[in-house]
Design a protein around this ligand. Structure first.
Ligand SMILES: Nc1ncnc2c1ncn2[C@@H]1O[C@H](COP(=O)(O)OP(=O)(O)OP(=O)(O)O)[C@@H](O)[C@H]1O
Ligand SMILES: Nc1ncnc2c1ncn2[C@@H]1O[C@H](COP(=O)(O)OP(=O)(O)OP(=O)(O)O)[C@@H](O)[C@H]1O
Ligand SMILES: [Mg+2]
Ligand SMILES: [Mg+2]
Lengths: 463, 463
């Protein structure tokens, strides 16, 4: 007969670490660097400062043949309050990004996965140094109790923070294969610099080579603001949880307080639509009444569409600046679409087409994909953006794949429809697909105009 | 400053249910049916009986327009002992398949995800009836406390099991879109019948239409046996856990008892190779000594390769029988490769090419992919088998895509390298890729021989 077991989420992602992107030593080095760099970028933006990020990868004690490396990532971000540092890196499904607000982080998993992978391949602890800019800097040495999904604190030190530094330094050892991973790591850093042109990223590789991606501006997009759930985006579980925590004893105030852009007037109209009396205590709604309430929310057509204040698109200027800095094209067409939603989640698509200059002719378009300012480098063929580009009728715009062209797609959302825990590619959501298609068409129109104008000028010259 | 939260694994998969395959109402109906059918097939094979599985999908109380369905899946499998029933369906990361033994289930997640999805879309409890063939049949009505990842038992009933029935019946409501999902559901059941030709599968759809997939044999492959970890497949964490639980006080007996096919003689040789004295108490190994032990395990070349007793391939006869029953080709070439390993996990590839008869001409090969006797129906282009078929040189075998040909690939392993939690497609592991390629080539050779023999016969006829 069957023998049952329960396992912790750390154990689940330990056993299935390839599902989180830690497939083999080469991929794991890439995954560790990207998870930590994305955490650092989030942290600097949270602190409202242009990010300064230092990544150093060195050979471990066994030297260059042992396959063991040491990874150190330092940032000038918001830092982490002392009591949360061990769990931030020693517990899976623990984090500060479970909010309705655009961020690179979303699962509460990445940083801990990197530390976990290091631990299972080298059995060495990780060291985390952090300060929020207070009078103290905290240093922890931790390991992870994988079966309990809890950090093990081996050491905790405090020192005085004279310069009121704020930031985080993560240091750990891991098995890897840098030489195999190198092209992807460098491509990742370059594309990160492109889509975050206000960031300084410095990388020292195991051979001591220095790569510097310098900022060309200190201008940053306005930060996103946390938002309330939208009536079109909730289900029974979410509404149940809101009812559990609400202090309101009538459903009118409940609707008005807990839902996005739901004024008293709209809440009134909605409750008339449902036939539920305004004074009804939400805690007295029965299970099927809650189901009906949620169904009614989907059918009521007068809720205002979600605002995009929880999003933070790059904007056409910054996108152009980043493309110029890293791709050096002759001409760039950018387009920022209006906010849209899928399944109640707001999103914005930004596209660009870069032509000529240092863009190489590859016989096909070079596709760059970004989500919440994260470059996506794997599984191109499965990604919705790639499919849109493949199936689009480019001849309408007199653009062909043998031209030196790069097509860039950036999606920002409170919930990127990632297909995988490893954030490799984006699922095919009809609303998102439509926005990508229209965004690329708009950019293609601009390029077509530039090319025909240029052709016209050349013809004039030849007369 | 950052506000931290921890979430349960049920909450993680609730928020990210598209990562588990529950993307939208149409996909969720498919996912629910496949998760329950796979559980039933595992259970019947565990009980050693040819599976009888009944799937019934009906319109919910709102009728055909409400988008609410009721799903009922019944099997004649091993059943579940009473005290484990609530957690089996009410707790994520709980199950009986966390062993080193081939099974369809692997994550401890699927059945609970189906119940969870039903709950968040309809707020109705699920009912589970089960017996292991004892004197009692147990019926539970449960919901899931998602934030705690625990079942909520609403009702528990016992009745006498007069006929000593064994099996499980799962009943729950869910939001869905059957008419969109129907082609995929029917294709799934047909391919399941193909790769499990000893199973009876009956499906009644919401319109009352009956689909019967009848067994053509009661012969089943020998069941897999649970195995020990292999020295080539372990890492520091696994060895640490074995050291914690071992009752042996010397490392020789530790190696001999806890590792696959490690006899006393081989354990001796290995310990001489490492320089660790045979009498060393494994619990006295320091962290870096454990790391060195694991590295030595990877380098010692005299461990016997993993045996395939933990696997249960279909076998050429059953595969042929299943293909004939569901595809009715004129000719079938099958091939079962020898056991191989990737990252220490044993696997076997079985391939087949079916030609002519009722196989339609589609202008390209029809690809059927299976893993541990589960059909994979999504993300074909990302799957390793599809890529092998696309890039193979078929002209060598005088086979071209305009012929009526289906190519089937079945991989069995103690750990299928799924890329996603939704078990949609298989990652590109070099060892697996090589076995698939060689397996298809072998089958292609057989088809080539058949075609040239037939061509020869036809030429003779025309003289
Ligand atoms: N460099 C850093 N600076 C400040 N806070 C950090 C840093 N790295 C991690 N954190 C904190 O630790 C938490 C957990 O990080 P982790 O990478 O595991 O998850 P996440 O970023 O929330 O989500 P994801 O798994 O999608 O990356 C973060 O939410 C953040 O609050
Ligand atoms: N029909 C059934 N008959 C017998 N046992 C079952 C049945 N359905 C589920 N179980 C038991 O409940 C456990 C949990 O099922 P669940 O589908 O959630 O996970 P799993 O099958 O182990 O893994 P996976 O997530 O890969 O499907 C199973 O491991 C099995 O022991
Ligand atoms: Mg992160
Ligand atoms: Mg299952």
């Amino acid at each position: 007969s069957q023998v049952f077991e329960e396992i912790s989420p750390a154990d689940f992602f330990y056993r299935n670490r390839d599902i989180a992107g830690f497939t083999n030593p080469s991929r794991a080095i890439f995954a560790s660097i990207r998870e930590l760099v994305e955490n650092s970028l989030d942290a600097a933006e949270l602190a409202g400062v242009p990010p300064d990020i230092y990544v150093r990868l060195t050979f471990g004690e066994g030297g260059s043949q042992s396959g063991i490396y040491k990874l150190r990532v330092e940032d000038n971000g918001s830092g982490i309050t002392s009591r949360h540092i061990p769990s931030a890196f020693g517990q899976v499904l623990f984090g500060s990004k479970y909010k309705l607000k655009q961020a690179r982080g979303t699962f509460g998993l990445g940083g801990t996965m990197a530390v976990l992978y290091g631990q299972i391949t080298t059995h060495k602890p990780a060291s985390i140094v952090s300060s929020t800019g207070s009078t103290k800097i905290y240093k922890y040495r931790i390991m992870i109790d994988i079966q309990r999904n809890k950090p093990i604190i081996l050491e905790r030190k405090i020192r005085i923070n004279k310069e009121r530094w704020h930031g985080t330094i993560v240091n750990f050892s891991l098995e890897g294969d840098y030489f195999r991973a190198m092209p992807k790591i460098l491509e990742y850093l370059k594309q990160t610099a492109l889509v975050n042109p206000y960031a300084n990223i410095t990388f020292v590789d195991p051979k001591g080579r220095l790569y510097k991606f310098m900022r060309v501006t200190t201008k940053m997009p306005p930060p996103p603001k946390e938002t309330l759930p939208h009536p079109y985006g909730v289900d029974v579980e979410t509404v149940k949880r809101l009812i559990q925590i609400t202090r309101h004893r009538n459903i009118l105030d409940f609707m008005r307080t807990h839902f996005h852009r739901t004024s008293e007037k709209i809440a009134h109209k909605f409750l008339e639509f449902t036939g539920i009396p305004k004074s009804k205590n939400p805690k007295n709604l029965g299970p099927q009444e809650i189901v009906k309430l949620v169904q009614m929310m989907k059918r009521f057509e007068e809720f205002r569409p979600p605002s995009a204040s929880c999003l933070s698109p790059l904007g056409e200027d910054l996108l152009r600046v980043g493309i110029l800095k890293e791709l050096k094209p002759e001409f760039t067409a950018v387009c920022q679409r209006k906010p849209s939603t899928y399944s109640g989640h707001p999103f914005i698509v930004e596209t660009a087409i870069a032509y000529g200059g240092e863009i190489p002719k590859k016989g096909d378009f070079i596709v760059y994909r970004f989500a919440n300012r994260i470059p996506l480098l794997y599984d191109e063929a499965s990604d919705v953006s790639f499919r849109v580009i493949k199936n689009m009728n480019w001849r309408r715009y007199k653009i062909s794949p043998d031209m030196p062209i790069a097509v860039l797609v950036h999606i920002c959302s409170t919930k990127i429809p990632y297909k995988t825990v490893g954030k490799e590619f984006i699922a095919d959501r009809p609303e998102v697909k439509r926005e990508i298609l229209n965004g690329i068409r708009e950019a293609a129109r601009k390029l077509k105009r530039f090319l025909s104008k240029r052709e016209h000028v050349e013809r004039e010259k030849r007369r």
